[in-house]
Design a protein around this ligand. Structure first.
Ligand code: PMP
Length: 415
């Protein structure tokens, strides 16, 4: 890994990129911030911050409602953001992009409406053992209320899905498969193309939780063909409180509305309401206008930087981090998948993850500790939690070196 320069990689000028992120310039506890909690949320480039505040400073107004100038400017900017998102994931139509509050909101939308229309006693829903709570609990609620059964694809000791078992699980009772593209805890990249092909062979729709994928991996929904795909704006360098549900026109039209209110209607009488067309049918009420526009700016920033270059650098950084971390005495990785991205979970000897996290924080290093909203996965590994370092393209090998030195220092104090 000596060929990896600290800052300037062959294609990505990380030093220049870091200047785009004001928050990265600060010190924490007197040390330069080493931000390795990107799986929880990513930092925002100046252009996203400026785009959001420009909306409030210059054209704050409600969308889809006014004929006045500001409302038209706001509506145009909001719809342009939808086009940018659609282009980024290569959706066939921008009306297949529904703005939501985040991944959780997007999955709840599908679980709620799908179960109301399509689930009944005797049916089943398939998720996996590595799902985030937000791709477990909405389906549990859906199953509880419809009488359907929740089935779970098991994983092997490396944290990879058991695809042979998955195939065997696909019987006539299965009405939908909802799995994560990338595990937020272990970084496993799941074979989503195979999952979709196998499910579609039985006419079963697939929802992908892309919360940890869309910022690391180039996704073409027309090639991959998920029926639904959910992600959060704040994990892809955009504002909090924003997110996306992509759905095919066919499936979105089949689902009943989620929430009722303004914007999702064509006409309302006390006798009957005619719902609006896509995407507005699923966007009841005033949306997070500034946030959606900011998300558009974040995606444009990624496109200008180049998602392939980002992917390449993050892969090199991940390989470097794994290699360096492996040298730490007593380290145990939770998840060791052949294909992975973004996150590295580990424990060192019997040190509690919180203690490790606190000592790293004192050195200016931000990592995540705990169960990462994947409690069933922690139960499988019979651990209370992990320390998780999660990477972004603005991270450097120098920061990885600081993490490794920080872990060694913390271990020497705690053991
Ligand atoms: N799914 C995965 C894989 C995640 O990592 C997260 C966030 N940690 C979520 C869903 C939920 O995202 P949000 O809290 O932004 O709705």
């Amino acid at each position: 890994m000596e060929h990896i320069a600290n800052i300037v990689t062959a294609d990505l000028d990380v030093a220049r990129i870091r200047k785009d992120f004001p928050i990265l310039q600060q010190q924490v506890h007197g040390k330069p911030l080493v931000y390795l909690d990107n799986g929880a949320t990513t930092q925002k480039p100046q252009v996203v911050i400026d785009t959001e505040s420009r909306y409030y400073e210059e054209y704050n107004s409600n969308v889809h409602r006014g004929v006045h100038r500001l409302s038209q400017v706001a509506t145009d900017a909001y719809e342009k953001a939808r086009h940018i998102v659609a282009g980024y994931i290569n959706a066939a139509h921008s009306h297949e992009v529904i703005f939501t509050k985040g991944t959780t909101d997007a999955i709840n939308l599908v679980a709620n409406t799908f179960s109301r229309r399509f689930l009944k006693a005797g049916d089943s829903v398939i998720i996996s053992a590595m799902e985030h709570h937000s791709n477990i609990v909405p389906w549990q609620i859906a199953c509880e209320e419809s009488g359907a059964t929740l089935k779970v694809i098991p994983i092997n000791e490396k944290g990879e899905l058991r695809m042979d078992t998955f195939e065997a699980m696909l019987d006539d009772t299965v009405k939908i498969v909802a799995v994560t593209y990338v595990s937020n805890t272990m970084g496993t990249i799941n074979p989503v193309q195979d999952i979709i092909t196998l499910a579609h062979a039985r006419n079963i729709p697939v929802l992908l939780d892309a919360a940890q994928a869309v910022q690391h991996i180039s996704i073409d929904v027309q090639a991959l063909k998920p029926d639904f795909l959910a992600f959060s704006g704040h994990k892809i360098y955009g504002p909090t409180g924003t997110g996306v549900l992509y759905g095919t026109t066919e499936w979105l039209n089949k689902l009943p509305p989620y929430q009722g209110g303004g914007d999702m209607i064509k006409t309302v009488t006390f006798a009957k309401t005619i719902y609006n067309e896509l995407p507005y049918k699923f966007e009841a009420g005033t949306p997070h206008i500034a946030g959606a526009i900011g998300l558009g700016a974040a995606i444009q920033y990624l496109q200008q930087t180049g998602i392939e270059k980002i992917q390449q650098w993050e892969e090199q950084l991940l390989a470097y981090a794994l290699e360096q971390l492996r040298g730490i005495d007593g380290i145990r990785f939770i998840g060791d998948a052949a294909h992975r991205s973004g996150a590295i979970s580990f424990l060192v000897h019997n040190i509690h993850p919180f203690d490790m996290g606190e000592l790293l924080d004192q050195q200016g290093i931000a990592v995540r500790t705990g169960h990462h909203c994947t409690e069933p996965l922690m139960d499988l590994f019979q651990i209370p939690g992990t320390v998780r370092a999660s990477l972004s393209f603005y991270n450097t090998t120098e920061e990885i070196d600081k993490l490794v030195a920080g872990i060694r220092r913390a271990a020497s104090m705690l053991l």
